[in-house]
Write a protein of this length. Structure first.
Length: 344
């Protein structure tokens, strides 16, 4: 097994400062770039930026933010978390990421998904009744574009292509994942098209996802494909002590969960639910470096993953606290996790 890669994800959550002032979208975006720079400085493997089209999140064009980060970083890989392929055009997505790969000298990655938020569908003129076929067809087309050869393709969701060549070409191909929330059909589709699998685990125990990992590997074998990486995306926050991390995270997570939950019919978030989430069987990796490292290493062993991406932005959690979390993740959590896994 290769050494576990440790990465970070952010949705560009619009934050507040220490006085409680809500930052502008522009300030938030500039802060995301600074967070990527810090992640590079402390030696992390990946920095992912999500795509959203609603007021809680400032980033609707991740590739532009990532290009700004590419100009100021040297080693860290840069990608999305996720790109909502269903409401975008696969050709344009590929062109944008091939361009990002060029300016970053081969450090671009793309994580494709259907999107758990649906604001982009009406915004760009798509019918939610086509939710499944949009992703199926567009993923198929994107898969063909990855070969970087002229493409002939026909479907029902965009114009047909006849020997269409797409530019720019990458120098060494584009690393690509599909983000999956936990349906067997999505896992099998990911394997069929030959993508790495990124499991979004945002609730419950990581143990529940072991059958999906096993299904993915069996599916790769059945399609005659080589082994591909499996990763996990989960939320969390790191501070000097457990109590500090929990006290910093809870108000921000409560506000974020309740705002979104009001639209989706979720019950109000509570301290009791939070303590379950940050506990050993929960999906939130929050606490001191030692606490987070133990939980992260346990997940890595249970699922046999190659990468773990910590969703470190959570609602209005301040930029300064996120920078400190990134610092601890790279300088303390990462060495602890690698040591724990080496000894297991």
């Amino acid at each position: 097994m290769h050494e576990l890669e440790l990465g970070l994800d952010t949705f560009g959550d619009v934050t507040t400062d220490d006085t409680g002032r809500r930052l502008s979208d522009a300030e938030t975006i500039r802060n995301v770039v600074e967070q990527a720079v810090r992640a590079d400085e402390v030696g992390l493997a990946f920095f992912g930026v999500g795509e959203h089209h609603r007021h809680e999140f400032a980033v609707s064009s991740p590739e532009i933010v990532l290009a700004a980060a590419a100009a100021r970083t040297e080693r860290i890989h840069l990608g999305t978390a996720v790109t909502v392929l269903s409401s975008d055009d696969p050709v344009r997505v590929y062109e944008r990421f091939a361009t990002l790969d060029a300016v970053s000298r081969g450090r671009a990655e793309v994580i494709l998904g259907r999107g758990s938020f649906i604001e982009s569908f009406p915004l760009f003129g798509y019918d939610l009744r086509d939710y499944e076929v949009l992703f199926d067809e567009k993923l198929d087309l994107f898969s063909r574009l990855r070969d970087e050869q002229p493409v002939t393709w026909q479907g029902t969701t965009r114009a047909a292509l006849q020997d269409a060549d797409v530019f720019p070409k990458t120098e060494n191909g584009l690393r690509a994942w599909v983000g999956v929330g936990g349906s067997p059909e999505s896992v099998v589709r990911t394997a069929r098209h030959g993508y790495a699998l990124m499991l979004a685990i945002i609730g419950g125990s990581a143990d529940r996802f072991r059958p999906f990992v096993d299904l993915y590997h069996r599916s790769l074998d059945s399609f005659g494909r080589e082994r591909m990486p499996v990763g996990v995306h989960s939320p969390g926050h790191i501070a000097d002590t457990d109590e500090q991390a929990w006290e910093e995270l809870y108000p921000a997570m409560e506000a974020n969960r309740n705002a979104i939950g009001a639209e989706r019919g979720w019950p109000p978030y509570s301290r009791l639910q939070f303590q379950q989430d940050v506990g050993p069987a929960g999906a939130v990796y929050a606490g001191s470096p030692e606490t987070v490292a133990r939980k992260l290493a346990a997940t890595a062993r249970t699922l046999g993953i190659e990468r773990f991406d910590l969703k470190f932005s959570n609602g209005t959690l301040s930029h300064e606290r996120m920078l400190h979390s990134i610092e601890l993740y790279g300088t303390q959590v990462a060495p602890l996790v690698h040591d724990m896994l080496a000894r297991s």
